[in-house]
Design a protein around this ligand. Structure first.
Ligand code: PHE
Length: 436
């Protein structure tokens, strides 16, 4: 078996993790969740959730990965035996499942990049979404998106993922800042900012039972937690860096892109008096496309916007695929390109039903975001809190100093606060899912 790869630098690891975190979740999910949940008031709850739940949970995944230097299944097995390994198996399954439909959206986005240049959606954005989102064309672009993802992952951790995300993540940040600056000049910008940033704490007081789990769920989804992406990426770390510092950099950058997305999306919609009220994947594509169709030079702006969305989706997709590929590369003496292609083709096939029917797509997404990910986080938190425990503290302290008091505080915080928050989110998700 060949030597396991590692990142060539700390920045390489941070950018790869930010690439995984920044995705469709930041650019369409986050702005809409906040708009629906009381604007800036949601932003406040979300920021608290990121700091109190997301950051400690990402550290939990980091220590598991860095200590074991193994794929998600063997990482849990090494630290906790065969039963714990099942948490890793759940992670593999989740990665496989999520990428199957995430790639379908990736295919939609490619069609919107092309459509911005050709003007294909200008006449009837609603009809265009219908054509893009279901049918044989959808399968074709899903295949193209999967092929690009496979190409990057097949090239390896250093030459594929690290090199790729080093280009992709700065591009996302620069293009988003440019778009936000441009959106500032639009006529409706003020109304857009108001909608996004006016704190309506009354909404929170009335709906805290749904807003708190929404904010926690969004923090977890957006940080790619609950399926081993961060365990796998941290398993390629070498050395004793301060994981807390890395975790803070990653969560701050991820939040920054989400907030920037709000500064692009809302001015854009308000400039064209489009009601941002309706959420969901489809609604965002239709209403944004409508705004681009009506704005002067909208095609070019649309091209840049969908390009950013495409890059963000791609840098998340490679982390989903890497979780699965890493397991097979660690355990089978077959070359990475062959394994990656084989797994990628199977994921493509699982995605075909989602490419043919948007209801199937929505069901896949609901199961992943509302059940599989929160379940994965809950089990990981229990595992780190009560089984890995002191070992986790020791691993975290490697970069913080042997007697750092942050370690034990973090562990108790995981055992109580994080555990209660993720379990509550999971329970509510399951209840909502059952009643849907
Ligand atoms: N964080 C990604 C996003 O915001 C989604 C994701 C979840 C990616 C889990 C990988 C693992 O779109």
């Amino acid at each position: 078996m060949s030597q396991r790869e590692t990142w060539t630098s700390r920045v390489g690891f941070i950018l790869a993790a930010v690439g995984s975190a920044v995705g469709l979740g930041n650019i369409w999910r986050f702005p809409y969740m906040s708009a629906e949940n009381g604007g800036a008031a949601f932003l406040v709850v979300y920021l608290i959730a990121v700091a109190l739940i997301g950051l400690p949970a990402i550290l939990a995944e980091f220590v598991i990965g860095r200590e074991t230097k193994k794929n998600v299944v063997d990482a849990f097995r090494n630290l906790g035996g065969p039963v714990a390994a099942l948490i890793g198996v759940l992670g593999l399954f989740t990665g496989f499942w999520m990428l199957s439909y995430y790639s379908v959206v990736g295919g939609w986005v490619i069609q919107y990049v092309i459509g911005s240049l050709s003007g294909a959606y200008f006449a009837d954005p609603g009809m265009y979404f219908g054509q893009v989102s279901e049918g044989t064309g959808t399968i074709l672009f899903h295949a193209i998106f999967m092929a690009i993802t496979i190409g990057i992952v097949a090239a390896g951790v250093e030459k594929g993922i690290e090199v790729g995300t080093k280009i992709m993540v700065p591009s996302i940040a620069i293009l988003m800042i440019g778009m936000a600056a441009w959106a500032f000049t639009l006529d409706g910008a003020g109304a857009g900012y108001d909608y996004f940033l006016t704190a309506d704490f009354g909404v929170i007081a009335e709906n805290y039972q749904s807003i708190i789990p929404d904010a926690v769920g969004q923090a977890l989804f957006s940080l790619s937690l609950g399926m081993g992406a961060m365990i796998t990426y941290a398993s390629y770390l070498d050395g004793d860096d301060n994981l807390l510092g890395d975790g803070i950099s990653i969560t701050v950058l991820n939040t920054f892109v989400g907030v920037l997305a709000g500064f692009v999306v809302f001015p854009l919609l308000f400039a064209q008096s489009i009601d941002p009220g309706s959420a969901g994947a489809g609604a965002v594509f239709v209403s944004l496309a409508q705004a681009f169709a009506e704005l002067p030079a909208g095609g070019i702006i649309g091209f840049v916007f969908f390009l950013v969305l495409l890059i963000a989706a791609l840098s998340s997709a490679i982390s989903l695929l890497e979780v699965v590929v890493s397991y097979f590369v660690d355990n089978f003496d077959v070359s990475r390109p062959i394994l990656t292609t084989g797994i990628g083709v199977m994921i493509f096939l699982l995605g075909v039903p989602s490419a043919l029917n948007i209801n199937t797509f929505t069901m896949f997404d609901n199961i992943a975001s509302n059940i599989l990910l929160p379940l994965g986080v809950t089990l990981t938190v229990i595992f780190v809190g009560w089984i890995y425990g002191g070992g986790a503290v020791a691993e975290l302290r490697r970069g913080l100093g042997k007697n750092s008091s942050f370690g034990p505080v973090w562990l108790w915080h995981i055992r109580i606060v994080v555990f209660a928050a993720v379990l509550g989110t999971l329970a509510l998700s399951i209840m909502t899912f059952m009643s849907a």
